[in-house]
Design a protein around this ligand. Structure first.
Ligand SMILES: [Zn+2]
Length: 268
């Protein structure tokens, strides 16, 4: 969430634009409350409320690795590991713990990893906009038989290669965020995952651990708030992952992020 960022790097979402990013990891001294914030007293404990929008009750994750770099040795191993992460995580206790966010008629349960694809076109430059990511997704869905058509549960995870900056909402990866999820007209749900090529987006973790941490953040948020701000949301603190950004735990072989629990009143 923006409050976790260094003041010079704060981002202010446009009016009505919900918080949807993984913020940069910051060293502890930077995270200390400012004098101003301390004087204001402790903030109210987070409490997400449900805004009547859709939930991804049985998420179907399809991973898209964009750029020829993903075909080279190191990155193709990483892509395989990310796919194995989804094979594991979608039926793991990480999904079970989201059951408290089920609502009548919408029961959150296990998901599945439906497939993966590496694409080399359109060719990427040093920077890619959210608009270009949406355009690519829509083109692939329309024209590539290997890419599933969206169902109400489909979540596309788009991974960018090293050296490509992602620009969304007037800010950029490694400058203000390490990933985000979004929707296209409430019909197509996706997460954009820039390659963690800076300290702010590795948070002292290995590349794989950083990516599974940020991917778990976006996964849990996309399930509980697929149209940002219309599912489970807290106006002051954002979505369930934002409240616990960069607090991690091990699940099986994987590093995942803690998520806010309304029931436990803490990150779990
Ligand atoms: Zn988030």
């Amino acid at each position: 969430m923006p409050n976790d960022l260094h003041p010079a790097k704060k981002i202010y979402p446009a009016h009505g634009d919900a918080i949807r990013i993984v913020p940069l990891h910051l060293p502890d001294p930077v995270r200390q409350p400012t004098a101003e914030a301390a004087a204001a007293g402790p903030a109210a404990a987070p409490q997400l409320t449900y805004r009547n929008g859709p939930l991804l009750t049985a998420v179907e994750v399809f991973t898209l690795f964009w750029g020829p770099a993903w075909q080279q040795a190191a990155q193709s191993t990483l892509a395989t590991q990310i796919n194995q992460f989804f094979d594991f995580i979608l039926t793991s206790p990480l999904i079970d713990q989201l059951a408290e966010y089920s609502v009548p008629g919408r029961t959150i349960g296990h998901g599945k990893h439906t497939g993966t694809l590496t694409i080399t076109t359109p060719k990427l430059k040093h920077s890619v906009s959210d608009t270009a990511i949406q355009h690519m997704l829509q083109q692939e869905i329309a024209n590539n038989p290997a890419v599933p058509h969206p169902t109400p549960n489909t979540l596309y995870f788009v991974y960018l290669p090293p050296g490509v900056r992602v620009v969304q909402g007037g800010s950029a990866s490694c400058q203000a965020f390490c990933g985000y999820h979004n929707d296209i007209s409430g019909q197509i749900f996706y997460a954009a995952m820039p390659y963690p090529g800076c300290a702010g987006c590795t948070g002292g973790l290995s590349t794989l651990d950083a990516l599974t941490s940020t991917s778990s953040h976006e996964l849990c948020e996309a399930i509980t708030d697929p149209i940002p701000g219309q599912g489970w949301y807290d106006d002051a603190n954002g979505e369930i992952g934002d409240i616990c950004a960069w607090k991690t735990k091990k699940l099986g072989a994987y590093t995942v992020q803690l998520e806010w629990s309304n029931k436990a009143n803490q990150c779990v």
